[in-house]
Design a protein around this ligand. Structure first.
Ligand SMILES: [Zn+2]
Length: 276
């Protein structure tokens, strides 16, 4: 995989990293930068700082985490070291979620001792965001403004999308994935994800460049397809639970748009959210 900055829209740069195939982005104005998502460890955050400096001599004014997951947040400390005055921005649910999941991440890597990244991930002391938004945050980068918008729950409690209106670009975090199917994890909201994507679709025009959390940029048609699949999944969960199908039979009974083994947590969470 060629790793370099790609200018996906005017002065909006995305770099795709091999470990976990995660994207970090930089948006440049006349006076400063916003960095979106900081990779999976302090070591990787330091490398990201070097890559940002190769791209621009402007200061980083803000760092946005699209959501709590470690592959988007564990480099925060390195960016804070490099630009101490930069705001660390995320949805208000994110700091507690980062702290709460530290033991789960440690356990996951303890179960997988051969993972070459385990030591650097587990060795990272997460630095949590300190500029918290409930629905909207914006920054003036000089001749350009950038917004972070919380459109509802989906992949996690606190997914935000980052809009660059004058460049017609949107950074979607893991509400949209391109290189793998959308990830329904232990903290997902399968019944609400479709409505959240509906609101995101309202922020996207026919020509908008949409950058997923993982993979290459996509367009409105791609997001509409993922919203369709998310609606299908939520609809089937409602229907199966509503007609008395037990949770442990739901995967076998449904006709799912994703491989059923990817929907284990979607069923567990969906049923729990329906009180089943
Ligand atoms: Zn994620």
């Amino acid at each position: 995989m060629a790793n370099d900055w790609v200018e996906v829209a005017e002065r909006c740069y995305v770099r795709r990293y091999d470990h976990l195939d995660v994207n970090s982005s930089v948006v440049a104005g006349d006076e400063g930068l916003v960095v979106v998502d900081t990779r999976a460890s302090h070591v990787q955050g330091r490398e990201l700082v070097a890559h940002v400096r190769q791209l621009s001599a402007l200061p980083v004014l803000a760092v946005v985490n699209t959501h709590e997951h470690f592959d988007h947040t564990y480099g925060n400390g390195a960016l804070r070291e490099a630009w101490p005055d930069a705001a660390l921005v995320a949805h208000e649910s994110v700091p507690a979620a980062i702290r709460a999941t530290v033991p789960r991440i440690a356990r996951a890597y303890a179960d997988d001792p051969d993972d070459p990244y385990g030591a650097e991930v587990v060795g990272t002391e997460p630095v949590v965001p300190d500029t918290l938004l409930s629905s909207l945050w914006a920054v003036d980068l000089g001749g350009r403004h950038v917004e972070a918008v919380w459109a509802g729950r989906g992949h996690t409690d606190g997914d935000v999308v980052v809009r660059i209106p004058d460049a017609d670009a949107l950074l979607a975090g893991d509400l949209v994935e391109q290189s793998a199917p959308p990830s329904y994890g232990v903290d997902c909201w399968p019944l609400e994800w479709p409505q959240t994507l509906e609101l995101v679709v309202g922020l996207i025009g026919e020509a908008t460049v949409v950058v997923p959390g993982h993979g290459t940029p996509v367009d409105k048609g791609f997001v509409l397809e993922q919203r369709h699949d998310a609606s299908d999944i939520a609809g089937q969960l409602h229907q199966l639970a509503g007609s008395g199908v037990p949770a442990d039979e739901a995967l076998a009974k449904g006709t799912w748009p994703l491989a059923p083994e990817r929907l284990v947590e979607a069923v567990r969470r969906g049923y729990a959210q329906l009180g089943r």
